[in-house]
Write a protein that binds this ligand. Structure first.
Ligand code: ADP
Ligand code: MG
Length: 239
């Protein structure tokens, strides 16, 4: 479903070049929910943005549903993203002057889908994320947790193959965080959509089927809560 091969990335500032990701390889099966865990600055967002096709890696390949997104041009990539990729942001990124329902419908406005069907799909998703009664309110009238539910519904409306979420509970209190994770888990089970969730919190990662840990731009294998991480791609393993 998703395969990352020998991915490396550096940011260039004039003559300076900072290596952020080094020879990352892993794969994710269709319908899996995985966590990308690592402390701040470990390269999680960079990896997520590369996988979502928002920028090109310095080296390596990324296959999604059999297509190498690294070799696509801008137009192909934009089209591919619209069809196959959903994104959930830490700060929700809802449009303030659109209603909740209009926000959820938005990704479909760019496709030629009739307004009645669009509305029907949006309302069904708002039901799924537990806020059917908020459809005609504006984002500012909602709590943070409710806004993230809207953002989750929006990410699903195009029925993407994979959803990338960058610290989706980063702005939420512990109780709301738990609720949002449970919603993501349930959607993952019922909709067969692959979820990649970036987090710096072990408690969030422990809810997923598989954890991929990043440390200073390197991938660390991680079999579960009790396992000791082993550094891959580096020269030593941790004891
Ligand atoms: N656009 C950029 N230009 C230069 N350095 C960047 C840029 N984006 C991120 N970095 C650096 O890359 C490293 C990893 O950042 P990031 O992927 O955002 O980590 P995380 O999401 O795990 O906190 C950090 O050292 C950060 O400063
Ligand atoms: Mg980040």
């Amino acid at each position: 479903m998703l395969r990352v091969e020998q991915l490396s990335h550096s940011f260039k500032n004039g003559n300076e070049s900072t290596v952020v990701l080094q020879e990352i390889s892993f794969h994710v099966n269709k319908g899996e929910m995985i966590a990308l865990l690592g402390s701040s600055g470990s390269g999680k967002s960079t990896l997520l943005n590369l996988m979502a096709g928002l920028m090109k890696p310095t080296e390596g390949n990324i296959y999604i549903a059999g297509h190498n997104i690294v070799s696509m041009n801008e137009n192909q990539l934009a089209e591919f993203r619209r069809k196959h990729i959903g994104f959930i942001f830490q700060a929700y990124e809802l449009i303030a002057n659109l209603t909740v329902r209009e926000n959820v419908e938005l990704p479909l406005v760019f496709q030629s889908i009739n307004p009645a069907l669009r509305k029907h799909k949006a309302l069904a998703l708002l039901e799924q994320v537990g806020i059917p009664d908020k459809a005609e309110l504006y984002p500012s009238q909602l709590s943070g947790g409710q806004q993230q539910r809207v953002s989750i519904a929006r990410s699903l409306i195009t029925e993407p193959s994979v959803i990338f979420a960058d610290e989706p509970t980063g702005n939420l209190d512990t109780k709301t965080e738990e609720e949002i994770i449970m919603i993501l888990k349930r959607l993952n089970q019922t909709m067969d959509t692959t979820f990649i969730i970036v987090t710096h919190e072990r408690e969030v990662a422990d809810h997923t089927q598989k954890i991929i840990t990043l440390r200073d731009g390197y991938l660390v294998t991680d079999q579960g809560p009790a396992a000791e991480p082993i550094l891959i791609g580096g020269i030593h393993s941790e004891s």
